[in-house]
Design a protein around this ligand. Structure first.
Ligand code: TXA
Ligand code: MG
Length: 341
């Protein structure tokens, strides 16, 4: 589903970024809301547009072959090995920030998150912007806490037609579908590599390159908003249940006249609205956010999700679903035990 790259549109978007405007662009993971990483006022405009707290760092996107030493300091060999192995691709590395890079991109922390995205439109934009030597600071192009966008239409739905964006580049549906893996290498000597956010690049794949398995975050790990307990959430409450429990719940909810939207991968009965996803981790991740948005728009009282298998390649999907469902505990019980109004 790739959309042809329009060079004139990309050149105009690069000029807009250079003049301090915001541009939304596709990546292979999700769409980003971009600004010149070295322009603190432009970075501040991202925070304002998203409604995101100022102390949350954003990822800096770099063109293929960009000079890591320009952006980061004290770079361990492991970072260069991971960049060689996974860039362009869905891996973000947290490194010590070079002294001349404005602290605005890292919410005042002394680190910087770097990634080279693998999407032809993102790469073309990065190559045009500041002659390929710039960095585009870009969080996911959604309002803070919402589900990340995986199409240009999702971005327009988030910000409206006359919103704060100079352009929304359309690169089709994001192929990975969930955000990049984040690995912290800024404290490698003392803490080893730390996995701040799981994604398509697994801890095992990282270990295969640097010979060290990233650990789960400790309390002193750099803060990442994508690791908040409640995040990536639709407006409708979300509950996740194993297949057998979910079948019973569905039956009970339907008997009491409740409107349920279902996201599943097994054979299950028809309900008010449903999205059946592939039963592979990559296929499920690809379709997940579009399904959450679609089910959110059905007027259902609850989005019930069939819990995917646990384990290795499903880690990223389970992580996002857990955050989407956070704060909705007790919702099924509540719907079953209150009279319809
Ligand atoms: O796939 C992705 O990573 C997408 C696309 C657009 O590249 N971007 C994305 O950005 O998901 P965002 O801002 O929604 O999530 C980035 C995460 C946040 O949780 C942020 O806190 C963390 O990366 N992060 C960025 N720089 C960091 C830093 N210096 N230290 C710790 N966490 C950082
Ligand atoms: Mg985000």
């Amino acid at each position: 589903m790739s959309v042809p790259v329009d060079p004139a549109q990309i050149a105009a978007a690069a000029r807009a970024l250079e003049s301090g405007s915001l541009v939304a662009f596709p990546t292979e993971t999700v769409y980003g809301l971009g600004a010149d990483a070295e322009n603190p006022a432009a970075v501040a405009a991202i925070y304002a547009a998203k409604g995101r707290p100022q102390d949350h760092p954003v990822i800096v996107h770099l063109a293929p072959g960009a000079d890591l030493d320009y952006w980061a300091a004290d770079i361990p060999d492991e970072a260069r090995q991971l960049a060689a192995a996974f860039w362009p691709g869905p891996l973000t590395m947290i490194l010590k920030r070079a002294a001349h890079i404005p602290p605005a991109v890292s919410g005042g922390q002394d680190t910087v998150g770097l990634r080279c995205p693998a999407h032809p439109v993102a790469i073309a934009l990065l190559q045009q912007f500041k002659g390929g030597r710039g960095g585009i600071a870009a969080p996911s192009a959604n309002k803070f806490g919402n589900v990340s966008p995986t199409t240009a239409q999702h971005v327009r739905d988030e910000f409206g037609a006359a919103g704060p964006l100079a352009a929304v580049l359309d690169g089709g549906a994001s192929q990975v579908g969930i955000e990049s893996t984040i690995v912290d290498l800024s404290r490698l000597a003392s803490h080893g590599p730390v996995l701040l956010r799981p994604g398509q690049v697994s801890a095992e794949a990282i270990a295969a390159v640097i010979d060290r398995l990233p650990a789960a975050p400790d309390v002193a790990a750099p803060r990442a908003s994508g690791t908040l307990e409640s995040h990536y959430a639709p407006h409708t409450p979300v509950a996740m249940q194993d297949t057998a429990t979910l079948q019973r719940t569905l039956h009970q909810l339907q008997r009491s006249g409740r409107k349920v939207a279902l996201i599943h991968y097994s054979d299950l009965p028809a309900v008010h609205a449903q999205a059946r996803l592939p039963d592979s981790p990559d296929g499920f991740a690809y379709a997940l956010y579009a399904s959450l948005r679609a089910m959110d728009a059905t007027g259902a009282e609850l989005i019930l999700v069939e819990a995917p298998p646990v384990g290795g390649a499903w880690l990223g999907v389970n992580d996002r679903l857990r955050r989407a469902a956070h704060g909705s505990s007790g919702i099924v019980h509540g719907l079953l035990n209150h009279d319809l109004v």
